[in-house]
Design a protein around this ligand. Structure first.
Ligand SMILES: [Zn+2]
Length: 251
């Protein structure tokens, strides 16, 4: 059994502000057995809770933050909470305090990391198609930039537009009232099905929210099972974490 070190995680090339820190865990490590093999951080995917808690503590030890990370109980909704909230049932979390990691867990859904370009607040959002369609990204942006302060975004590893087949109901949910989302869908060979790019949909949504400084979005979970977990490709599997926090030196 071995735990990963930080060199095995992703450090996105995204610098919205010098105080903003970002990190994405991978499956590197030998902590959980199959089908979560690697380094699973998800509590609601069948793995042993004690083992997952141990993995989460390992992440916090490596980050050396002042506060435990704000682990959420994700439900594919559009609720975004502050990191110090009592109830953690939400799909997005934000903070304006130093060294308090915000985290979302995914295995195909899109992790969206948001930062104010003045370095005053950050957020992590879990955007599957349901959450995205419900407006989770808008909630995340509003949480950190209530007065329209400039925001930059980074899109983490998620199932890509070639790998993700969806039914007509997903296409209709997005495009019936908002045709701007049509470019995120390509017709599939199977009748009444589409290939859907969650990252493309997020870019469209962010543009409509006035966020044009968008990075990442080029890593696919299903195309790269050596580094990521993919629920669509693997069925029962683990979850990796996308983390964002502030470390500007002071309080
Ligand atoms: Zn792919």
């Amino acid at each position: 059994m071995s735990l990963p070190d930080k060199s095995q995680w992703l450090c996105p090339n995204w610098n919205p502000h010098p105080a903003v820190r970002v990190c994405v865990t991978t499956r590197a490590g030998d902590h959980s057995p199959k089908p979560w093999h690697g380094f699973n951080l998800g509590l609601n995917c069948g793995d042993q809770p004690a083992r997952v808690e141990q993995a989460r503590h390992h992440v916090e030890k490596i980050l050396q933050a002042d506060h435990p990370a704000a682990w959420l109980w994700q439900v594919h909704g559009k609720q975004v909470i502050r990191a110090d909230a009592q109830d953690n049932e939400a799909d997005g979390v934000w903070i304006d305090q130093q060294r308090w990691p915000c985290v979302v867990l995914t295995a195909d859904c899109l992790p969206v990391l948001l930062a104010r370009t003045d370095g005053k607040a950050v957020a992590a959002v879990h955007a599957g198609w349901r959450g995205l369609q419900a407006g989770i990204i808008a909630e995340g942006v509003a949480s950190i930039a209530p007065n329209g302060e400039p925001v930059s975004a980074w899109l983490g590893p998620a199932i890509c537009g070639q790998c993700y087949q969806v039914g007509d109901e997903v296409y209709r949910a997005f495009t019936e009232n908002r045709p701007a989302f049509k470019p995120a869908f390509q017709k599939d060979a199977t009748p009444n099905h589409w290939r859907f790019s969650v990252a493309h949909a997020a870019i469209i949504e962010l543009a409509q929210l006035g966020v044009d400084d968008v990075h990442g979005g080029d890593l696919c979970t299903a195309c790269d099972l050596s580094r990521f977990y993919s629920y669509r490709k693997e069925g029962e599997t683990g979850r990796f974490a996308s983390l964002i926090w502030l470390d500007g030196g002071g309080q």
